[in-house]
Design a binder for this molecule. Structure first.
Ligand code: NDP
Length: 451
């Protein structure tokens, strides 16, 4: 590492010694910035990197709520406002028992550069809680969301910070959160995105991350004279991003043969067609069931998850792979299996799904790797379009939003591939995304002085 970036990394290690995920996100980012740091003396002079790795603000708060037995439960809430250099803080809320400050900071850090890549004026943030929605009644989820928003509403606003969904936060949670914000503030404002279509949401927002992932992957493949038609694909997860990734792959003539959740995975060699996909949507979004029920319904193999082994999902012969569950779901052995099985492209739907080692294995083996910052930016891009529609007090048609999304993803591909070729090497989209995302934020920070 360059002495300048090494110094910044050491500062993070000593200041945040227990924040493993945050350190990982910073490290991979700095490895890319290494390649341009000598050409940017103003970045060193103005200590841009040192400022970037320190959030502008972190809010941590108690979230007390009453369960169905009338007992008080207490969770911890977070909002990390990482950077407002190019716009109001923007980024999702995650509800999952694993949520801690390190995970919030890594997600907020990634979000800064992802939002920059969309070309829209959005800063970066992330929030959430260690609340586990699994197994909770609708009333418990509502009481939790109301308590969470009672504190969060002091820190957000349509021109300040605009949260959205992430793991564990879908249409139901956004509705409860929005209702409570409105009630406290007495204003119908565009303060959350991913809202229902009846109350200010945008068409194509639920679809946007999955569709965007496939659009960006399509752009990469097009340059290599490849496409989805007839291709076999692996998808992990079975939530929002996974569902719409499958939908778009099907539309382009591909075949998806896997889905998973934290308990296990299914393999359906015949392909998850539109009828089976609509079963998954109802199972996960309405019944809040487990993917095991897919195996029972369609009589296909189910493999229970064993965290101590390589993930069998990444050890199946296929053309393209789309991790759409969570961070670090592709580890060293998984990457070796993907390479052995001849995978040609890995498109990151989840945030930071590949460990540092697995990224190295994939890229050095010639696998095309579409990094999350670029590949899953479609969700936040359409969130940005939802903010525009809210400000204009009108709603665009689904066709218009989808067209805009496609244009944004193609533009992201153009920018990251050009940055890769100029500053790193052809097809190193990790460097391309980090560098292209960084340039704009860095220039805005320098222009605004030491804030
Ligand atoms: P959902 O909550 O809709 O679905 C998450 C899926 O991943 C579920 O199948 C879940 O299984 C599985 N999963 C979650 N945590 C783990 C874990 N620790 N181990 C194994 N499986 C796990 O979330 P999304 O689809 O919205 O998000 C998926 C990924 O995409 C996340 O990394 C998120 O940050 C990223 N992302 C999402 C965007 C969006 O617009 N929603 C935008 C950009 C990125 P189970 O039901 O068992 O928990």
């Amino acid at each position: 590492m360059h002495s300048q970036t090494e110094q910044v990394y050491q500062q993070v290690l000593s200041r945040d010694p227990n924040e493993r995920e945050f350190q990982q996100a910073v490290y991979t980012f700095l490895l890319s910035i290494d390649k341009i740091i000598d050409e940017l003396p103003e970045v060193t002079y103005h200590r841009v990197l040192e400022r970037m790795v320190e959030p502008e603000r972190v809010v941590m708060f108690r979230v007390p709520w009453m369960d169905d037995e009338g007992k008080c439960q207490v969770n911890r809430g977070f909002r990390v406002q990482m950077s407002s250099a190019i716009g109001p803080y923007k980024g999702g809320l995650r509800l999952h028992p694993s949520v801690n400050l390190s995970i919030m900071k890594f997600l907020a850090f990634e979000q800064v550069f992802k939002n920059s890549l969309t070309g829209l004026p959005m800063g970066g943030g992330k929030g959430g809680s260690d609340f586990n929605p699994k197994g909770k009644s609708d009333n418990e989820v509502m009481r939790f969301c109301q308590s969470f928003m009672t504190e969060l509403c002091r820190h957000i606003g349509p021109d300040t910070d605009v949260p959205a969904g992430d793991i564990g936060v879908g249409a139901r949670e956004i509705g409860y959160l929005y209702g409570q914000y409105k009630r406290i503030k007495n204003e119908f404002a565009g303060v959350l995105t991913g809202k229902g279509i009846e109350y200010g949401g945008s068409f194509i927002r639920p679809e946007a991350t999955g569709y965007g992932l496939v659009y960006l992957s399509e752009a990469i493949l097009r340059d290599k004279k490849m496409d989805f038609n007839g291709a076999t694909c692996l998808v992990s997860g079975s939530g929002n991003v996974a569902q719409f990734t499958v939908e778009k792959i099907n539309a382009l003539g591909g075949k998806v043969i896997t889905l998973s959740d934290s308990s296990g995975m299914i393999i359906d060699e015949a392909g998850i067609d539109s009828e089976k996909l609509s079963f998954v949507k109802t199972l996960k979004n309405v019944k809040r069931g487990r993917i095991k029920e897919y195996a029972e319904k369609y009589g296909v193999p189910y493999i229970e998850r064993n965290n101590s082994e390589p993930n069998p999902l990444w050890n199946i012969k296929a053309d393209y792979a789309f991790p759409c569950a969570t961070q670090n779901e592709i580890l060293k052995e998984d990457a070796l299996n993907l390479v052995k099985n001849g995978i040609k492209l890995v498109g990151e739907g989840a945030n930071m799904p590949c460990s540092i080692e697995s990224e190295e294995i994939l890229t050095s083996s010639g696998v095309l790797l579409a990094p999350a910052k670029a590949a899953n930016a479609g969700g936040v891009a359409v969130s940005g379009l939802e903010m525009s529609q809210n400000s204009q007090r009108l709603r665009w048609t689904p066709e218009k939003v989808d067209q805009e999304l496609k244009g944004i993803m193609n533009n992201i591909y153009k920018n990251i591939s050009e940055a890769a070729e100029t500053y790193s090497k052809k097809d190193n989209f990790i460097d391309g995304a980090n560098i292209a995302g960084f340039m704009k934020v860095s220039r805005a920070m320098i222009a605004q002085g030491y804030v």
